[in-house]
Design a protein around this ligand. Structure first.
Ligand code: LLP
Length: 386
């Protein structure tokens, strides 16, 4: 089954562009609020890195989610879209002084600290402003996730976080610093995770760590388990909304929270992935020796995930109902990895046809580049085109 698209409207627009179905986005958000809302101590942040399009951010902010940022630029984008500063968390291994100062100036909810030197600098910069920064420690739980090697983050060999062995030392240190307040623990094991067992493994590890802290009479205000819930790239229509019920229930069942503790989430892909498609025009159909190529006006500069992670995005010819033929679907960039899919069955394609690359709402538009001096793709919502 193909997606439904306003093709006549598309014909009037310059391709390639991102198209966001805001009905899908709103349904996803209300499902998140309904399912997380079953537990009175769950608090969901949207991971801005997945998509920082202002129109999308505004809709997400209206739904009440907080914001998870990884740079000063993302903090600014969140503020501009109206996210309240006390719902902004800020992570990242290499926060610069300028970025930390920005977070301090806005009095953001929490800095997720990833190293000892960073903790010292936050303390120093907060002192200079006469402020106290709220900090959580990002602990590397050494839990693997069944996903692509480039997007697992929770293994000991990754650059992220503070090792479990160093946790006590860092907490001791925080207690000696007057301008930081230790309020939480932060984790994130990877992205595009569909096996709930991976999240259970994280819960078990957090339970162990909480026991250790409890023995020291430490109870943090909040636990942040990061994001990572995956989406169904193969069947974007069959499962447009990820299984949030199962996801939140998994944490509710397996994570032992202390009374008063809140549980924070930072979901990116699961929020915006399925609402977006990259719409592109066929420039040429080229016959190769043993195959035919559909050459698009979109390339890896518009959607880099297939080239970078061998990621699969379902491709549809949304302007043809002719019998199926097989194509290698490629972009115009001077790189042999500029391929969206090989041996893809599509309705027979002609020059000028429009293709949709589905499930591209997350890590699509935001990862676009200007390589080959190309223009960055526009992003339109279904409401704008209605
Ligand atoms: N929190 C932290 C600390 C993260 O590092 C990430 C993603 C998230 C939350 C959001 O994860 P999500 O819910 O979206 O899985 N560009 C890659 C994905 C990189 C993810 C980086 N971290 C891709 O296109 O697959």
């Amino acid at each position: 089954m193909k997606g439904t698209f306003p093709v006549t409207k598309f014909r009037k627009l310059e391709t390639p562009f991102y198209y966001y179905d805001v009905n899908v986005l709103r349904e996803t958000l209300s499902c998140i609020n309904k399912e997380a809302g079953k537990y009175n101590n769950f608090c969901v942040h949207y991971a801005i890195k997945a998509n920082a399009n202002h129109k999308i951010l505004t809709i997400i902010r209206e739904s009440g989610l907080g914001a998870d940022c990884v740079s000063g630029g993302e903090i600014r984008a969140a503020i501009k879209a109206g996210f309240p500063a006390n719902k902004i968390v800020y992570a990242g291994v290499g926060k610069t002084d300028r970025e930390i100062n920005l977070g301090l100036d806005y009095d953001i909810f929490c800095f997720n600290v990833e190293s000892v030197p960073e903790l010292e600098i936050i303390n120093e910069l907060a002192a200079a402003k006469g402020k106290t920064a709220r900090v959580a420690f990002r602990i590397n739980p050494n839990v693997g996730a069944h996903t692509h090697a480039n997007i697992t983050t929770g293994l000991a060999e990754n650059k992220f976080g503070i090792s479990m062995e160093d946790m006590d030392k860092v907490i001791d240190m925080a207690e000696t610093l007057a301008h930081v307040k230790f309020v939480g623990l932060h984790f994130h094991i990877g992205s595009q995770i569909l096996d709930m067992g991976d999240f259970v493994a994280l819960c078990n590890r957090i339970n162990e760590l909480q026991e250790k802290l409890y023995a020291r009479q430490i109870i943090v205000e909040h636990i942040n388990v990061g994001g990572g819930l995956g989406i169904d790239y193969t069947h974007p229509n069959r499962q447009a909304i990820p299984n949030f019920a199962e996801y939140f229930a998994t944490y509710h069942k397996h994570l032992k929270l202390r009374p008063q503790q809140t549980l924070h989430f930072e979901l990116g892909r699961a929020v915006v992935g399925q609402c977006g498609s990259l719409i592109s025009k066929v420039i040429y159909i080229k016959q190769g020796t043993n195959k035919q190529f559909a050459i698009l006006d979109a390339g890896m500069t518009d959607l880099i995930r297939p080239a970078l992670y061998q990621a699969y995005h379902k491709i549809e010819n949304i302007t043809s109902e002719e019998p199926i033929e097989t194509y290698d679907v490629v972009g115009p960039i001077c790189e042999s990895s500029d391929v969206f899919g090989k041996a893809i069955d599509l309705n027979k394609a002609h020059r000028g046809d429009l293709f949709a690359l589905r499930s591209a709402g997350a890590y699509g538009e935001i990862m676009a580049s200007a390589y080959n001096c190309r223009a960055l793709p526009e992003g339109y919502t279904s409401e704008e085109l209605a």
